[in-house]
Design a protein around this ligand. Structure first.
Ligand SMILES: C[S@@+](CC[C@H](N)C(=O)[O-])C[C@H]1O[C@@H](n2cnc3c(N)ncnc32)[C@H](O)[C@@H]1O
Length: 267
């Protein structure tokens, strides 16, 4: 029997870290340079304790074996960075409101890399609040984050960026915080999707894609190939929004820049 505290003394060697980082980059596009070793060690050490693997070497052997398939998803869930917040980068929500408020048909939106759901719920609340009919597709590669998103329950401090009028209208107070109401939940379909795959289970007539704070983790080759694939899921003249600290460097991509971090599909 290993003492729980002994797991927390385990050290991830550079060799073992490289096995994880090359798998994560090849499969999901997420780059993990060597300076992320300590982060990965801290995030994974609790998994060692959870499934009682005494060393990182044992853990890695297990995770890449046939019997370790389920643990592989747990590893991905720990390694992905799921930081998000309601109405993050507010200018994108202003753009949405300004450009779609007089749209008669249903607006189709894709939140790609939705993490724990704050992004698609912000979109849904904003559009519902302005009587704009919408359907939202939200995806992530982390099963843990998607479960949180589907559950739609948030702490008081997490809902603090939500404008008062929407907080009262779209959340119900529960014991530990606030739960998103069903009329908002039903506007969103959640999917487990790896954006590095060749095709996605998403309709190909999307009006606007929110692809924010995800491509920052990708190599420029993976950024470009994902932008190209995304263009094929957009309607003619549809929009792609990236995070304010991200960029689309390649001028040959099928997008024209409208304003900072906002692009429109071009021929
Ligand atoms: C930092 S969060 C961004 C959340 C939200 N878009 C925002 O801007 O607040 C990045 C999310 O992208 C997801 N992600 C990273 N690589 C992915 C991939 N290959 N396929 C799908 N989702 C991915 C992560 O799991 C994580 O939840």
């Amino acid at each position: 029997m290993i003492d729980k505290k002994d797991y927390f003394k385990q050290v991830l060697s550079l060799g073992d870290f490289s096995k994880i980082s090359s798998y994560i980059e090849t499969t999901y596009g997420i780059q993990l340079p060597n300076n992320k070793l300590n982060m990965v060690q801290t995030r994974l050490i609790k998994r060692l304790a959870e499934i009682e693997k005494p060393t990182f070497k044992d853990y890695i052997e297990y995770v890449f074996s046939t019997s370790g398939k389920n643990e592989l998803q747990n590893m991905v869930d720990e390694i992905t960075t799921n930081r998000t917040e309601f109405f993050r980068e507010i200018q994108h929500f202003d753009f949405l409101k300004e450009n779609f408020s007089d749209k008669k048909d249903k607006v189709k939106i894709w939140s790609a890399g939705c993490a724990s759901g704050e992004e698609p719920y912000s979109i849904a609340m904003l559009l519902h609040h302005h009587n704009i009919d919408c359907e939202i597709y939200a995806c992530d590669v982390s099963v843990k984050a998607l479960n949180e998103a589907r559950n739609g329950e948030y702490q008081e401090r997490e809902v603090s960026p939500v404008p008062e009028a929407m907080r009262t209208k779209y959340f119900t107070k529960v014991q530990d915080g606030y739960k998103v109401n069903e009329n908002i939940k039903k506007l969103i379909k959640f999917y487990h999707i790896n954006l590095l795959d060749n095709t996605y289970n998403i309709p190909n007539d999307i009006d606007i894609i929110f692809f924010r704070n995800v491509s920052i983790y990708f190599s420029s080759a993976n950024q470009d190939s994902t932008f190209i694939k995304m263009a094929s899921y957009l309607k003619k003249d549809g929009y792609l929004i990236i995070g304010v600290s991200e960029n689309m460097f390649n001028k040959d991509l099928p997008f024209k820049k409208l304003k900072f971090s906002i692009f429109q599909k071009s021929e």
